[in-house]
Write a protein that binds this ligand. Structure first.
Ligand SMILES: [Zn+2]
Ligand SMILES: [Zn+2]
Length: 137
């Protein structure tokens, strides 16, 4: 069976394209009865669209926001060793509302220095009876 190149008109863009002999052979080997109705470009584009549509909704993963603790869904597999943010916190962080160094660089809090005078000292101090003061009721 000899195939010859055929010129067809694309159904989508109206452009003429060549249905090559080898392609016709390929079609015949697959048992396709009909000639292609689209040019190769449109066929590729259509396949790409179908691939996208066929995948369905993106898989979502439930996360617990490491900033506010809220549960949320994210379209990627969260990594256990990375903080993951809910959409609110993510947006805030992108807008600069959250400090990224917050957790890594804790501020040097001024630790209250214990004063030398311990409470014990005053406990041992003899309680001087206060001058009797009439308690006004
Ligand atoms: Zn076309
Ligand atoms: Zn959050």
């Amino acid at each position: 069976m000899a195939f010859q190149d055929k010129t067809l008109t694309c159904k989508d863009c109206g452009k003429e394209f060549v249905w090559t002999a080898s392609e016709q052979e390929f079609y015949a080997s697959k048992g396709f009865q009909n000639a292609p109705v689209r040019c190769p470009e449109d066929r590729a584009a259509k396949r790409a669209r179908m691939d996208e549509g066929g995948r369905g909704p993106r898989q979502m993963f439930e996360i617990t926001c490491s900033n506010c603790g809220k549960k949320d869904m994210v379209p990627f597999q969260p990594r256990g060793d990375r903080p993951v943010l809910c959409s609110d916190c993510f947006r805030k962080q992108r807008e600069g509302g959250l400090s990224e160094t917050r957790a890594d660089a804790p501020k040097n809090e001024e630790a209250p220095v214990e004063e030398e005078s311990s409470p014990k000292a005053s406990e041992e101090a003899p309680q001087e009876p206060e001058a009797e003061a009439p308690v006004a009721e």
